[in-house]
Design a binder for this molecule. Structure first.
Ligand code: MN
Length: 229
C-alpha cells in the first residue's frame, strides 16, 4: 500500500471499475487477460486447427474498459474494427497454480463482453510475427457489461450488429471451460481480485461500421452494448 502521505508528481489515475448487478459497490479492475481461439469454429474461420492446444493469452490494459451503453469514436489507425462476443470472468480471490477442481472458487461473477479488435493490424502483426498489443490492447477496446455475482451462465452467447445477428453459439462450445482457463492462467501469473478474463469468441466475428451499435448478450447476464461514432 502507498503511504497516504506520499506525494505524486501528478495525480494518480482514477481506479477503473465495472458495475455490479444489484449492488451500489463497483468492481475495481486490476488487469484484463484474454483467451485466443477458444471456440473451434472461430479458430477455423481464422485459419487454425483448434485441436487440443493449451489455451494462450494476451492482455488489454485495465483502462481499456468501456461500460455498456457507451458511444465511442471509431478507433484510430484501423479500417477494420471487429467485434468479438465473449463471456467475461471476474476474479474475486487470489490464486497461484490453482488446480482445475478449485479454480471456480476464485470467481466473483460473470459479465458479457466485447473484445474489440483492429483486425487489419492483427493480420499484419501475425504475418510479421509481431505482438498483438496494438490490435487488441488499444484505448476503449474492452466493452464490459455489468457483472452478475455467482455461478457461471449456461445458455448461449450472441452478438448483434444493428439488426443483424452475427454470432450465436452455446457457451458449452468453449474448448477450454472457465475452470481450465483459470488453472492455466494461474500458472503464468498470480491471479488477484480485480482481474478480468475474456474467455474467447465463437465464430462469426466481423466488422462494426461507423454509426452502428453492437450488442453482446449472454443468457442470464446484462448486455454489453457499444455504439461506434
Ligand atoms: Mn477475443
Amino acid at each position: 500500500m502507498t503511504d497516504p502521505m506520499t506525494a505524486f508528481v501528478f495525480p494518480p489515475p482514477a481506479p477503473v471499475s465495472v458495475a455490479i448487478e444489484g449492488r451500489a459497490e463497483r468492481f475495481p479492475v486490476r488487469r484484463i487477460f484474454c483467451v485466443g481461439r477458444n471456440y473451434a469454429e472461430h479458430a477455423r474461420e481464422m485459419g487454425h486447427d483448434p485441436d487440443a492446444e493449451p489455451p494462450f493469452f494476451f492482455s488489454k490494459p485495465a483502462d481499456a474498459v468501456v461500460e455498456s451503453g457507451a458511444r465511442i469514436p471509431y478507433p484510430s489507425a484501423t479500417t477494420e474494427l471487429h467485434h468479438e462476443a465473449e463471456l467475461v470472468v471476474a476474479i474475486g480471490r487470489a490464486g497461484v497454480e490453482v488446480a482445475e477442481a478449485d479454480a471456480l472458487s476464485l470467481v466473483f461473477g460473470y459479465a458479457a463482453g466485447n473484445d474489440l479488435t483492429r483486425r487489419d493490424l492483427q493480420a499484419a502483426a501475425k504475418a510479421a510475427r509481431r505482438p498483438w498489443d496494438m490490435s487488441k490492447g488499444f484505448d476503449q477496446s474492452a466493452v464490459i457489461g455489468a457483472i452478475r455475482p455467482g455461478a457461471a451462465p449456461m445458455g448461449r452467447i450472441r452478438c448483434q450488429v444493428g439488426d443483424k445477428v452475427t454470432q450465436d453459439a452455446a457457451l458449452a462450445e468453449m474448448i477450454w471451460p472457465v475452470a481450465g482457463i483459470i488453472a492455466h492462467l494461474s500458472r503464468l501469473v498470480a491471479l488477484a481480485p480485480g482481474d478480468l478474463i475474456m474467455t474467447g469468441t465463437p465464430a462469426g466475428v466481423g466488422p462494426i461500421a461507423r454509426g452502428e451499435t453492437c450488442v453482446v448478450e449472454v443468457d442470464g447476464l446484462a448486455p454489453a452494448a457499444v455504439t461506434i461514432l
